[in-house]
Design a protein around this ligand. Structure first.
Ligand code: AMP
Length: 321
């Protein structure tokens, strides 16, 4: 057992009340990891009060229910922040209201927030780390917990394309111990309505591709309405443009009506993009980043920087040959 896991296990044992938070705009990894950890702690310690918090997202209802708490009234509680490297993006809680904080995350380090920070950028996902924790600390994972963890790993690793031998070993143990049927749960991630597939075809048809291999598209409200999808669908589709010969980096932009911001989803199969994203009010992983942009004019600046990154990457690749 690694020392971080041992320390986290000890803290979980000590606290009666535990709140588990994650980042705003959650993806399957964020939602699945917090619900799986909550349920696994409750299974092991039925008398503890454990809450998974944050704004609920309709399309992720099948992962389980989230809890409502009165933040600030649980001053003796332990807060565990999952899948979120920076304080501003934690959803639903103010970290100052908690007695102690633990961070578990696979993103590169950004803000120190916890007394224990278990960060593993070699891990495909936070769900992989929670799986490792449960196996090492000998927590039981029932069928629902194991399904959530497996789906989180599948989603964040792009169906094991971005995984390691360790990811596969952990998943093998998880599947074997909990006897989940993976073919039964794949449709939860991959079954799609026809209008969404048509919307993807629209994006493919209209992508602007530069000579440096940078592809981008701004998706406006009219198009979203025409195809009967929501702005979140545009974000999720960004992962479907990998492995296109002419494209090494790509970005989709949609407008978040609630936050009055442009949401940019960026992916790469070559250049490192999180440093560029950080310069434009964003961040993320080396090959998967995002940014929130207020002024439409600033999107072009981000695109120019990403295009430049593609150019540099191609030049470096040529030199290596
Ligand atoms: P997404 O395209 O929303 O799936 O995000 C890809 C990655 O970038 C995730 O790991 C996010 O945590 C990160 N990310 C997205 N938006 C932001 C942002 N505004 N600031 C920092 N990181 C972000």
């Amino acid at each position: 057992m690694n020392s971080k896991i041992r320390a986290i296990e000890k803290r979980i044992k000590e606290y009666k009340t535990i709140v588990i938070a994650r980042h705003v705009g959650p993806d399957p990894d964020a939602i699945a990891s917090q619900i799986a950890l909550r349920d696994a702690i409750k299974l092991r310690f039925p008398s503890k009060e454990v809450y998974a918090v944050g704004t609920p997202v309709n399309k992720f209802k099948s992962y389980g229910n989230l809890d409502k708490i009165e933040d600030g009234k649980l001053s003796d509680a332990l807060l565990i922040v999952l899948d979120c490297p920076n304080i501003v993006r934690i959803d639903g809680v103010d970290i100052n209201n908690y007695k102690e904080i633990i961070k578990i995350d696979h993103h590169p380090f950004e803000d120190k927030m916890g007394t224990i920070e278990w960060i593993d950028t070699n891990s495909s996902s936070t769900c992989e780390m929670i799986t490792e924790f449960l196996i090492s600390a000998r927590y039981r994972a029932n069928k629902a917990i194991a399904e959530n963890l497996f789906l989180g790993v599948v989603a964040d690793s792009d169906r094991f394309l971005l995984s390691s031998a360790k990811t596969l070993e952990l998943m093998a143990v998880l599947i074997k111990n909990s006897k989940i049927d993976i073919s039964e749960i794949y449709p939860r991630l991959y079954l799609r309505p026809l209008n969404e597939v048509r919307f993807q075809a629209y994006i493919t048809e209209h992508l602007n591709v530069t000579k440096n291999g940078f592809a981008s598209l701004r998706i406006d409200k009219k198009i979203i309405e025409k195809y009967g999808v929501d702005a979140g669908t545009a974000s999720n589709l960004v992962n479907n443009f990998n492995h296109i010969q002419e494209i090494i980096c790509w970005a989709l932009v949609s407008y978040d009506e609630k936050l009055k911001l442009f949401k940019v989803n960026i992916r790469s199969r070559g250049p490192v993009i999180n440093e560029v994203a950080s310069k434009h009010n964003g961040g993320g992983h080396a090959k998967a980043s995002g940014a929130r942009i207020k002024d439409s004019k600033d999107i072009e600046k981000l695109f120019n920087d990403l295009d430049l990154e593609c150019k540099k990457y191609k030049e470096d690749q040529k030199k290596l040959k």
